[in-house]
Design a binder for this molecule. Structure first.
Ligand code: CDP
Length: 203
């Protein structure tokens, strides 16, 4: 028996933190699907064809330590507009969702395309300014040198590309509960998400 928590939302909304907390709390496996697109983006930056890279992605590609940089985030959102790239990644994501111990997947199209029948669907969001500030703190703590304005520009550009693409655009899918974390600390956001999962009667 599987139990799926599907989480979508715009850049730096806190999906990762919330997903990891849900997985730890309920003993589910977690897949950060953004890393798949980041890994394809990284291989394209190194000169490969996007579709070929998506079809031959390996665990090593996902383990690279530069996937969190703004340059790779932008490359990810460019490759993510290509239907053949998205198609190449569907099966891996859907088989992860069937893991018997339960699964949390976070991304942009999890509620709408990958797991439309998920037991729990969440759309996690926050204002662009709040998201950019969180991402600025996260990246500067990991030693990158950036400006707040630059991070906000990157977040807005990526949101526009992710929401505006023709294939699997980012949307709050029908049936998804919207969790706006603009005014919430991380503990409060995690507690609200866990309460939402509890309501669905996890195994
Ligand atoms: O962590 P953050 O929200 O900033 O980004 P991410 O989840 O790592 O995703 C990076 C990029 O991959 C996004 O901007 C999307 O363009 C793309 N993506 C997607 O198209 N579909 C997904 N399910 C996950 C990510």
């Amino acid at each position: 028996m599987s139990f799926v928590v599907a989480i979508d939302g715009p850049a730096a909304a806190g999906k990762g933190t919330i997903s990891r907390a849900i997985a730890a709390h309920f003993g589910f496996q977690h897949l950060d699907t953004g890393l798949l697109y980041r890994a394809v983006g990284a291989r394209v930056e190194a000169g490969e064809d996007a579709v070929a890279a998506a079809r031959t992605l390996t665990p090593n590609d996902m383990a690279r330590d530069d996937l969190r940089t703004p340059a790779i985030a932008a490359a990810a959102s460019r490759v993510a507009t290509r239907p053949e790239v998205r198609q190449a990644l569907v099966e891996f994501q859907q088989s992860f969702a069937r893991l018997p111990q339960g699964a949390v997947l976070d991304g942009r199209d999890i509620c709408s395309v990958i797991c439309p029948d998920a037991e729990v669907k969440l759309y996690v969001t926050a204002s662009a300014e709040v998201r950019a500030e969180r991402r600025y703190q996260e990246l500067s703590q990991s030693g990158m040198s950036l400006t707040r304005e630059g991070v906000l520009e990157d977040v807005l550009a990526r949101d526009a590309r992710d929401m505006g693409r023709a294939d699997a655009p980012l949307v709050a899918a029908p049936g998804a509960t919207i969790l706006d974390t603009s005014q919430m600390g991380i503990d409060e956001a995690v507690a609200a998400a866990i309460a939402e999962v509890e309501r669905a009667g996890p195994p």
